[in-house]
Ligand binder design. Structure first.
Ligand code: NAD
Ligand code: TYD
Length: 328
C-alpha cells in the first residue's frame, strides 16, 4: 500500500511507519509539523518520503497526499497537562487539522483512519468502555480529540467517505517523549531525580504496548467496516503508584525519590477499554505489561543518544514550568 501517515515523526506514528515499511513493505509518506514531540531522528532508520508541514495547511496536505491509497492520521497535540496550560494548539490541530485532512481525503476518495483515544469516554469506575459508551471527555486534549472523531463520523455519514476510527488506551514503548508518565519516570529514576506522582497515585491506566496498538491500527485499516469505531485496549491495568514502583525496581533507583505532588485538574481516575470488536477482526494484544515495561526500561537505558538532546533542550523549560515549584 501507499500510505500517508500524518504525525509519523511522533511516538506511535514512528513505530507504525517502521512496522509498515519493515513488515508490510508499504510505501509511506510522512506529513509532520515537527512540534517539540515530532523528531526526524525517530525515523532515521526507516525509508520514507517526508513532507514537513501542518495538517491544517491545505497546500502541505495537497503535496503529501498525491498518489497515496489511504490516510492514517496520528497528528495531534497529545499531552493532557499541556492542554490545561496551553490549549490553543489542541483546538487548531484537532479541529481544523482533521477538517483539512478529511476534505483532502474526500477530494481524492481515499480511505481515512483517525487515531483516537480512550480519553474521549472520560473516566470509568468499574467495567470497561465499549464503542457505544457515551463520550464524556474531561480535558481540552480529550474534548478536542472527541470533536475530531465526531467530524470524521460526519464525513462518513454525510459524504460517504470511507472512514474508520481507532481508540487506543495508554501506550508505552520506545521513542515516547519523556513528558508522559512512563518515560518521565524512567529518565528521572536513571538520573536520581524526584518521581512526581499526581494526587494519591491511585489512578488506573490500561497499558498497551505501542507495537500492539500499531498492529491493531493495521487490522482496522485493512478489515474495519467503514463508518465504525474500534477500541484497542491493552491487556493489563495498573495503578500509577505501582507503575512507578516497578520502574524503581527495574532501574535500581532509590524509593525515596517518590514524591507526591498536586493533582492534575479534572484528572480522570480510571480508563478501561473493551476491545471485543477489534478482536473479532483477528487482533489480540501480545505484550503483557510486566514484560513490555522491562523492555521499555532497557530501551531507554540503551538509547541515551535519543533522549540526551531532549533532556538538555526545550524539555528542561517545560519541566521547570510544570514541576518546578512542586518539586522544590
Ligand atoms: P506524539 O506527541 O508523540 O506525536 C504527535 C506527532 O504529531 C508529532 O510528530 C508532532 O510533530 C505531530 N503533529 C502535531 N501537530 C501537528 C500538526 N498540526 N500537523 C502535523 N503534525 C503534527 O503523540 P503520540 O503519543 O505518538 O500520539 C499519536 C496519536 O495517537 C495521537 O492522535 C494521540 O491522540 C493518539 N493516542 C495516543 C496515546 C498515547 O498513549 N500516547 C493513546 C491513544 C491514542
Ligand atoms: P500521562 O502519561 O500524562 O497520560 P494520560 O494522562 O493521557 O493518561 O499520565 C498517565 C497517568 O500518570 C495519569 O494518571 C497522570 C499520571 N502522572 C503522574 O502521576 N505524574 C506525572 O508526572 C505524569 C506525567 C503523569
Amino acid at each position: 500500500m501507499k500510505l500517508l501517515v500524518c504525525g509519523g515523526a511522533g511516538f506511535i506514528g514512528s513505530n507504525f511507519v517502521r512496522a509498515r515499511v519493515g513488515e508490510h513493505g508499504d510505501e509511506v509518506t510522512v506529513l509532520d509539523k515537527l512540534t517539540y514531540a515530532g523528531r526526524k531522528e525517530n525515523l532515521q532508520d526507516v525509508e520514507h518520503r517526508f513532507v514537513h508541514g501542518a495538517i491544517e495547511d491545505p497546500s502541505a496536505v495537497a503535496d503529501a497526499i498525491a498518489g497515496v491509497d489511504a490516510v492514517v492520521n496520528f497528528a495531534a497535540e497529545t499531552h493532557v497537562d499541556r492542554s490545561i496550560s496551553e490549549p490553543d494548539a489542541f483546538v487548531r490541530t484537532h479541529a481544523l487539522g482533521t477538517f483539512v485532512l478529511l476534505e483532502a481525503a474526500r477530494e481524492h476518495s481515499l480511505r481515512y483512519l483517525q487515531v483516537s483515544t480512550d480519553e474521549v469516554y472520560g473516566s470509568i469506575e468499574s467495567g470497561s468502555f465499549t464503542e457505544e459508551s457515551p463520550l464524556e471527555p474531561s480535558s481540552p486534549y480529550s474534548a478536542t480529540k472527541t470533536g475530531a472523531d465526531l467530524l470524521v463520523q460526519s464525513y462518513s455519514r454525510t459524504f460517504d467517505l470511507e472512514t474508520v476510527i481507532c481508540r487506543g488506551s495508554n501506550n508505552y514503548g520506545p521513542y515516547q517523549y519523556p513528558e508522559k508518565l512512563i518515560p518521565l519516570m524512567i529518565l528521572n529514576a536513571i538520573h536520581g531525580d524526584p518521581l512526581p506522582v499526581y494526587g494519591d497515585g491511585q489512578q488506573v491506566r490500561n497499558w498497551l504496548h505501542v507495537s500492539d496498538f500499531c498492529a491493531g491500527i493495521g487490522h482496522v485499516l485493512a478489515h474495519g467496516t467503514s463508518g465504525e469505531v474500534y477500541n484497542v485496549g491493552g491487556p493489563d491495568e495498573c495503578v500509577n503508584l505501582e507503575v512507578v514502583e516497578r520502574i524503581i525496581a527495574l532501574t535500581g533507583a532509590d524509593e525515596s525519590l517518590l514524591t507526591y505532588v498536586d493533582d492534575r485538574p479534572g484528572h480522570d481516575r480510571r480508563y478501561s477499554l473493551g476491545s471485543e470488536k477489534v478482536k473479532a477482526l483477528g487482533w489480540e494484544a501480545k505484550v503483557r505489561f510486566e514484560e513490555g515495561l522491562a523492555e521499555t526500561v532497557a530501551w531507554y537505558q540503551e538509547n541515551t543518544w535519543w533522549w540526551e538532546p531532549i533532556r538538555s533542550g526545550d524539555y528542561r523549560e517545560y519541566y521547570e514550568r510544570q514541576y518546578g515549584s512542586s518539586l522544590g
